[in-house]
Design a protein around this ligand. Sequence first.
Ligand code: C2E
Ligand code: CA
Ligand code: CA
Ligand code: CA
Length: 281
Amino acid sequence: VRNNYTRNIAVYDDTLHKAELYNAKLVEDFQTAIDQKQFQLYYQPKFDVTGDTPRLCGAEALVRWNHPELGMISPGVFIPCFENNGLIQAMDHYVWHEAGRQIRAWKDALGFTVPVSVNMSRIDMYDPNIVYTVLEILETNRLEAADLHLEITESAYAEDEEQIIETVRRLRAMGFLIEMDDFGTGYSSLNMLSSLPFDVLKLDMRFAQNSASEGKDKYMLGVVTEIARHLGALVVTEGVETQQQLEVMKEAGCDIVQGYVFSPPVPAEKFETFLTDAKTH
Ligand code: C2E
Ligand code: CA
Ligand code: CA
Ligand code: CA
């Protein structure tokens, strides 16, 4: 026992140490990043695929960190870090405000825009002031609730169901459209689907990527879209990369598609070309 004990504390895990140092740097640089506007929003178009030709119907705002020393950092890296270090709310509020500002800018420049969906972390949902935070974004930018959709990850609902459901109810009562994100990745059960408030079911990309052939996955896809329809919810599939996957999704009754088959997330200036195209068609 003694030997094991000694050996354990003597072990020095270099990889772990490096990851800790890296995360510590991200935390340390956070405020500067906010102050210097190093966080950038990319926008990925969403297309309504229920008609003969796909029609632009929305966008998802996805944050990137353009770090002066570390380069472009993906949210998969810094979001979990910020969630663990109490910074996620400040970052998300920044992102939502920035999205609101951009929607206003597009409305002013083009005379119209499509709804932009922003992501909400589980931690955001416990904030009793969240309703006022999003209201303020509308007021500041003279927007309506219909301009901003809210994506809430499915796993958020599982943690403290009652409080989350209450917050979601309040947000919906204000007119916000709620998209249940990452559906099918975690805790979802049929029971949850019937008791949770949401307007859009956003299928995790594994549905697009595993359902191309016949089999269980394709069958599940059909069942899920059928249930969504009965609940009056729209179905969005993300991570659709190929024409073949797109066809499968349309056939299964998916309403909206987001994925590389149409476009990756792009900077605001580039997204504007989707808007101008949509306007002239
Ligand atoms: P998510 O909300 O599920 O966003 C979809 C992710 O899939 C994005 O990754 C997007 O770039 C990627 N994606 C889109 N189309 C395709 C495709 O056809 N194929 C593949 N393989 N991937 C595709 P991204 O931008 O790296 O974001 C990762 C995650 O970080 C997001 O997953 C979301 O959970 C989180 N995130 C991003 N922005 C924010 C934010 O502002 N706030 C919060 N709280 N989380 C955010
Ligand atoms: Ca999302
Ligand atoms: Ca998702
Ligand atoms: Ca995700």
